[in-house]
Ligand binder design. Structure first.
Ligand code: UDP
Length: 237
């Protein structure tokens, strides 16, 4: 399958058309951005690492019956994916308090949450991706119905329980993560976008070392090494 014209360029990926209207090619970029693109960087090989990590995790989730947009990988940093209409919500699932949760609610950094928390953020850079509640989502038509909203929460929790266990077995705490969903031609809700250290937080269970994009956000260095370590753990049997 060949890349045709560029359809969309985001912060982490480029989406190209193909000869098939229902299939797109997603190319993972080496660019890194944080704080709504106020901090910008580039790490050679990061795109390929995220592509491999995300592909592995999508295959894992598929094996548990989660439907995704992934068709197959094409090369080191590209995937062939199903064309979907992206639901303009970032679905964030949290197990341990950090990041914006601690800032907004004053919960102590590192607090283990009593249950996994699902939040929705409205995907709009000009508004800084604000936190929204169920009624905002329905009022603004960001989802079609209450049952779609419930489905997003259910999928978020299920994906969390699969990934949390998978990473625990590999010595990593899945602290929190962001996922996105799309709707295909038949109206199915499919896990889309990516799951990678750009969109998750991983803390080493033994050392608490951060192995994710916080290394870039906080200027800790060793970004690529951390992503390589996550891939290595994923590939452990
Ligand atoms: N996240 C993301 N994209 C965003 C915002 C957040 O992938 O635009 C991820 C982030 O990597 C973390 C989780 O969602 O794993 C929760 O992020 P948080 O709300 O704490 O935001 P932050 O502190 O990064 O601003």
């Amino acid at each position: 399958m060949e890349k045709k014209e560029l359809l969309y360029e985001g912060k982490g990926k480029r989406l190209y058309k193909t000869e098939d209207d229902e299939q797109l090619i997603s190319v993972f970029k080496d660019d890194l951005t944080a704080f709504n693109a106020q901090k910008i960087g580039n790490e050679e090989g990061k795109g390929a690492l995220n592509c491999k990590i995300s592909t592995q995790l999508f295959h894992l989730l598929e094996s548990y019956g989660i439907k995704t947009h992934l068709i197959k990988t094409i090369d080191d940093s590209s995937q062939l994916v199903k064309r979907v209409d992206i639901i303009p919500l970032e679905v964030v699932v949290r197990n341990i308090a950090t990041g914006s949760l601690t800032k907004r609610l004053g919960i102590k950094e590192g607090t283990k949450l009593p249950f996994s928390l699902v939040e929705f953020y409205y995907k709009d850079d000009s508004l800084n991706d604000p936190l929204v509640n169920d009624e905002h989502c329905l009022m603004m038509g960001l989802v079609k119905s209450e049952s779609d909203l419930e489905e997003l929460k259910r999928l978020g929790r299920e994906i969390n329980s699969i990934l949390k266990k998978f990473f625990e077995q590999r010595g990593l705490n899945l602290v929190d993560f962001k996922i996105e969903f799309g709707v295909d031609k038949e109206g199915n809700i499919l896990l889309s976008d990516e799951i990678s250290p750009d969109s998750c937080r991983f803390w080493d269970i033994k050392t608490n070392e951060k192995l994710d994009k916080d290394r870039f956000r906080q200027g800790l260095g060793g970004v690529k090494m951390a992503y390589e370590e996550v891939l290595k753990r994923i590939l452990e049997k």
